[in-house]
Design a binder for this molecule. Structure first.
Ligand SMILES: [Zn+2]
Length: 142
């Protein structure tokens, strides 16, 4: 008979470790009003509901700030893990759902990496010294 130490559940979670800067959702996303349907209706701007399909004419939609393209900002990857956003230095994201132990290598040039990231993200108003570090947690549904 086998025993497993640790918690076992049917949920699909993975533990992760990442080095980078945690940034508030509101700093990375902006909410804009946009047309909801694509119906060609005259004077639709004056309507609350589309006269053709009945849907509200406008809806609020979130989009990333323009500095983010393809989940990257200034060459750094933007990870969205659950409701958190971490801008990571390359190659530091590790995830594992197999109860294994993973060694996390702390880069020798830690200070240099931090200063480089700060020089890119501080002008964008995203830098917070306390939010830079090694982050760990669980991701997925639980
Ligand atoms: Zn419509």
């Amino acid at each position: 008979m086998k025993f497993r130490i640790g918690f076992v559940s049917n949920s699909s979670t993975s533990s992760f470790v990442i080095i980078g800067l945690m940034v508030d959702h509101d700093k990375l996303y902006i909410t804009k009003k946009q047309r909801r349907c694509g119906c060609a209706v005259e004077n639709i701007e004056s309507m609350t509901y589309c006269s053709k399909c009945g849907k509200p004419v406008m809806e609020e939609a979130e989009s990333p700030i323009p500095e983010i393209t393809n989940h990257k900002i200034g060459g750094y990857h933007v990870h969205c893990i659950n409701d958190c956003h971490i801008i990571s230095i390359p190659e530091t994201y590790k995830t594992d759902d197999d109860y294994a132990m993973n060694k996390v290598e702390i880069p020798e040039n830690w200070d240099e990496i931090k200063e480089n990231m700060k020089s890119v993200l501080e002008p964008l108003g995203l830098w917070d010294d306390d939010k830079f570090g090694v982050w760990s947690g669980l991701e997925g549904n639980y």
